[in-house]
Design a protein. Sequence first.
Length: 223
Amino acid sequence: MKKTTFVALLLLTTQCFADNLKVSLQNIESGWATIYYNTPESKQSPAYHQLLDKVRALQEQHPNDTDLIFWQAVIKATNADHQDALTALNAIKDARALLTKAIQINPETMNGSAYVTLGTLYYMVPKWPIAFGDDRIAQELLEAALQINPTGIDSNYFYGDFLLSQDKVDEAIKYFKRAATSPARNEQLYADNQLKAKASLALKNAKERKISSTKGLSLSLFN
C-alpha cells in the first residue's frame, strides 16, 4: 500500500470516528432534553440512569472527551432532584468534579456551557457547612462563560437568573432579553427553544417584579 493511500485511509477512519461521536453526542443531548422537559417526573430517574450508562460506555472509548465528561456531570446533577438528600449531595459533588476536570482539559468545553453549569451549581447548592455554595465563585464562572459565548442562550439565561437571585433586577432583565432573542442552535434545537421559552417567561416576571417594587417604593413615600 502506498504511503499516501495509507494516510488517506487513516484520515478517513479518524473522520468517521469523529462523525460517529458527534452523532452520539447529539443523541445524548436530545435524550437528556426529552427526559428533562417531556418525561413524567416519576419516570425521570430511571431514564437518567439509562442515559448515564450510555455516556459511560462511550467514555470507555473516548476517556478524555470533554463533551462526554460534561454530559455525565449534567445527568448526575439533574438526577439529583430525584434522590434523597445525602445521595443528591454526593451526586452534585461528583458533577462539580467532572465539570472542573472538563474545564481543566478544555476551558471552552461545550462552548462555555461547562462554566455555566458549574457556576449554576455554585449559586444553587447550599453554602458551607452543608455543601459548597459560593456566590462569588458562581459569578466568576458565569462571567467566564459569557466571555466564551456572549450570545449563548444558556450563558445569558443563567447569569440573568443568578443576578435575579442577588436582587439585581435591572441587570437580570438585560440578560434574560439576550437569552430570549438569541438564535437556537440547529444541533440543539429542542433544548434551546425550551430554554428560550423559560427566558421569555423569566423576562416577563422580572419586568413585573421591577414594576411591583417601583410601586411599592412610590407607596412607601406616602406612608
